[in-house]
Write a protein that binds this ligand. Structure first.
Ligand SMILES: Cc1cc2nc3c(=O)[nH]c(=O)nc-3n(C[C@H](O)[C@H](O)[C@H](O)COP(=O)(O)OP(=O)(O)OC[C@H]3O[C@@H](n4cnc5c(N)ncnc54)[C@H](O)[C@@H]3O)c2cc1C
Length: 490
C-alpha cells in the first residue's frame, strides 16, 4: 500500500524536552516529517532549561542519561551539570534540523477527539485551533513547581523564589538565606551556596537517605579515547545501565535484607560526613531505605558541619515579613527564601482538558487515579500517546530507558496508522485493565508501599508514578506496538 502524502497526516508533539526531541528524531529517522512540536517556553530543554539552580545536575551518569541513539563522548564529568545537558539537547535539535518543526511560545490548553475523522483538535492559549491525526504528549511530569502551603508565605518582603525558577540576578553572597525542603534539588543547592552565603538555614520536614555520588571530571585523554573508539562509549553506557539494574532491587523491593544493605551504606556515608552524633540523629531517616527517593551527594551532609549552616527540624509555624518562625517560637530573620519542595506531579492528572470518544474527559477517566496501558495509551483516547505517563518512572535508573521504549512504541503505531490509512487505534479497555491489575498486584512487594509519605503516592496512597520492576522488563513489554491490544478502526 502506498503511503499517503505526508501533509495529510499531521502529528502534534507537545513539549520540547528529552521526550519531544527524542520522538522527533525517531520520526525523522522513520522518514516522517509531518510533525510539529508545540512548546510553551521559548527554547528546547524542558527540565534542563528550567532547572538552572547552583549545583543542578543529573543523578544518573551522563553516559546513561542521554539518548542511546545520540551518544556523545564529550561529557565533561560523570554527572553533567544542567547547562551541559541543556547544550546537548540544543545540539541534537540543531543536528536534526528540528527547529523548523518547532512552535515556541505555544501552549496547548485543550484537546478534543473527533471519531468521524479520527483526528484531534488542539487549542492554544492564544485561541488558535489546530488539527492533528496523532498527538504525542511529551509535556513532562516534573514541570510545574510546587509551592508549599505555609501561612504567611506571600507576606515575606525579601527575595523569594523556587529552585526551578532561580533568580540569577539576585546575588546571594553575604546574605542570610533559608532553604525550605530537603529533597533532590536541596541536596544539590545547599552545598553549592553554603560557601557564598553569610548564613544558611535548611528547613527539614523529613530527612532522606543519601548515598555517595562519586562524581568526577573526565580527563581530556579519556574523552579523546571515547571519541576515537565509540565502542568504548557503548561499553561505558552498558556497564552503567546494568549496574543500576543489578542494584535496582535494593532500591525498589520491599525486602528487609536488601534494604539493610542500602541503609548500612548510607549510615557509613553519614558517619564519614558528620562527626556530631546529635546532628547525625536529626539527619538519619526512620523509614525503609528506598521508600522515598534515594538522594546522591558527596557534600550535602557535610555542609551541616559548617558553622554558617543550620539544620532546622522544628516545623515552620509561619512566614513573616522578614523571616521564618518555627513552632518552638524561634524566629530566624533572612534576606531570601529558596523553595526547594519539588513539583506538582504531572503524571497524576491530565495536563489540560482532554476529551476523547463521546466527549469523555481524561480527568473523568482518571478520577480513581491515573492509569494507562504501559503508561502510554488510555482507552477511549485514540491516537494519543503519553510519554512519561502513569507508572513509567524508575526509582533506580535513567528515565530515558523508559522514554526510548515509549518512543519506539509510538512511532510504530504512527507508521501503522499512516501507512495503512487507518482512522484510529484505541487501546482495548480489557487489555488496559489487565495490565494495571498486574501492576497493582506487584505494588505490595515494592518498598514504596511500606508506609512512608512520598511524592510517588497520590492522595489515596496509591502509586501511579513508578514502574514496579526492572527497566529492562518494562522495555521488553512496552517497545513493540502489539496490534491485538488495540481496537483498530480503518
Ligand atoms: C532537577 C531535576 C533533575 C532530574 N534528574 C534526573 C536524572 O538524573 N535522571 C533521570 O532519569 N531523570 C531526571 N529527572 C527527570 C526528568 O524530568 C526527565 O529525565 C526528563 O528530562 C523529562 O523529559 P520530558 O521531555 O519528558 O519532560 P520535560 O523535560 O519536563 O519537558 C516537558 C516540556 O513540555 C513543555 N510543556 C508542558 N506542557 C505544555 C503545554 N501544555 N503546551 C506546550 N508545551 C508544554 C514544557 O515547557 C517542557 O519544555 C530530573 C528532573 C528534575 C526536575
Amino acid at each position: 500500500m502506498s503511503s499517503p502524502p505526508d501533509t495529510d497526516f499531521p502529528i502534534a508533539i507537545i513539549g520540547a524536552g528529552f521526550s519531544g526531541i527524542g520522538t522527533a528524531i525517531k520520526l525523522k529517522q522513520a522518514g516522517i516529517e509531518s510533525f510539529t512540536i508545540f512548546e510553551r517556553a521559548s527554547d528546547v530543554g524542558g527540565t534542563w532549561r528550567d532547572n538552572t539552580y547552583p549545583g543542578a545536575a543529573c543523578d544518573v551518569p551522563s553516559h546513561a542519561y542521554s539518548l542511546s541513539f545520540e551518544q556523545i563522548p564529550s561529557w565533561s564529568r560523570r554527572f553533567a551539570e544542567s547547562g551541559e545537558i541543556h547544550d546537548y539537547l540544543r545540539s541534537i535539535t540543531d543536528k536534526w534540523k528540528l527547529r523548523e518543526h518547532m512552535r515556541f511560545g505555544t501552549e496547548i490548553v485543550d484537546a478534543r477527539f473527533d471519531e468521524t475523522t479520527g483526528s484531534w483538535t488542539l487549542t492554544t492559549a492564544d485561541n488558535e485551533t489546530l488539527t492533528a491525526r496523532v498527538v504525542v504528549s511529551c509535556a513532562g511530569g516534573l514541570v510545574n513547581p510546587a509551592t508549599p502551603d505555609i501561612k504567611g508565605l506571600q507576606s515575606f518582603t525579601g527575595e523569594l523564589f523556587h529552585t526551578a525558577r532561580w533568580n540569577h540576578d539576585y546575588d546571594l553572597s553575604g546574605r542570610r538565606v533559608a532553604v525550605i525542603g530537603t529533597g533532590a534539588s536541596a541536596v544539590q543547592v545547599v552545598p553549592s551556596i553554603a560557601d557564598e552565603v553569610e548564613h544558611l538555614d535548611v528547613y527539614q520536614r523529613t530527612p532522606a537517605w543519601v548515598v555517595p555520588k562519586r562524581d568526577k571530571v573526565y580527563s581530556a585523554r579519556y574523552k579523546r579515547w571515547l571519541g576515537r573508539f565509540p565502542a568504548l562509549l557503548r561499553v561505558s553506557r552498558f556497564l552503567k545501565y546494568w549496574l543500576s539494574e543489578l542494584m535496582g532491587p535494593i532500591v525498589f523491593l520491599d525486602s528487609e535484607w536488601l534494604s539493610s544493605l542500602g541503609k548500612k551504606g548510607s549510615q557509613l556515608h553519614l558517619k564519614a560526613q558528620v562527626k556530631d552524633p546529635e546532628l547525625r540523629k536529626k539527619l538519619m531517616p526512620s523509614f525503609q531505605f528506598g521508600c522515598k527517593r534515594i538522594l546522591i551527594s558527596d557534600d550535602y551532609w557535610s555542609s551541616f558541619e559548617r558553622p554558617n549552616v543550620e539544620l532546622v527540624t522544628d516545623p515552620i509555624d509561619e512566614i513573616k515579613r522578614t523571616g521564618i518562625q518555627t513552632r518552638d517560637g524561634t524566629f530566624r530573620e533572612v534576606d531570601a527564601i529558596i523553595i526547594a519542595t519539588g513539583f506538582d506531579l504531572g503524571l497524576a492528572s491530565a495536563p489540560f482538558p482532554i476529551s476523547g470518544i463521546g466527549g469523555r474527559s481524561l480527568d473523568e477517566a482518571w478520577k480513581d487515579g491515573a492509569v494507562a496501558y504501559k503508561g502510554m495509551s488510555v482507552s477511549g483516547f485514540p491516537n494519543w500517546f503519553i510519554l512519561m505517563g502513569p507508572n513509567t518512572g524508575p526509582g533506580h535508573t535513567s528515565v530515558l530507558v523508559y522514554t526510548e521504549a515509549q518512543i519506539a512504541h509510538t512511532v510504530a503505531a504512527i507508521k501503522k496508522l499512516r501507512d495503512e490509512g487507518l482512522r484510529y487505534v484505541n487501546v482495548r479497555q480489557d487489555v488496559q485493565n489487565r495490565y494495571n491489575e498486574g501492576l497493582e498486584s506487584r505494588m505490595k512487594y515494592m518498598v514504596w508501599s511500606t508506609g512512608c509519605n512520598s511524592w510517588y503516592l497520590s492522595a489515596d496512597g496509591r502509586n501511579h508514578s513508578l514502574y514496579p520492576g526492572y527497566a529492562a522488563e518494562y522495555v521488553l513489554r512496552a517497545q513493540h506496538f502489539r496490534v491485538r491490544d488495540y481496537e483498530i478502526v480503518g
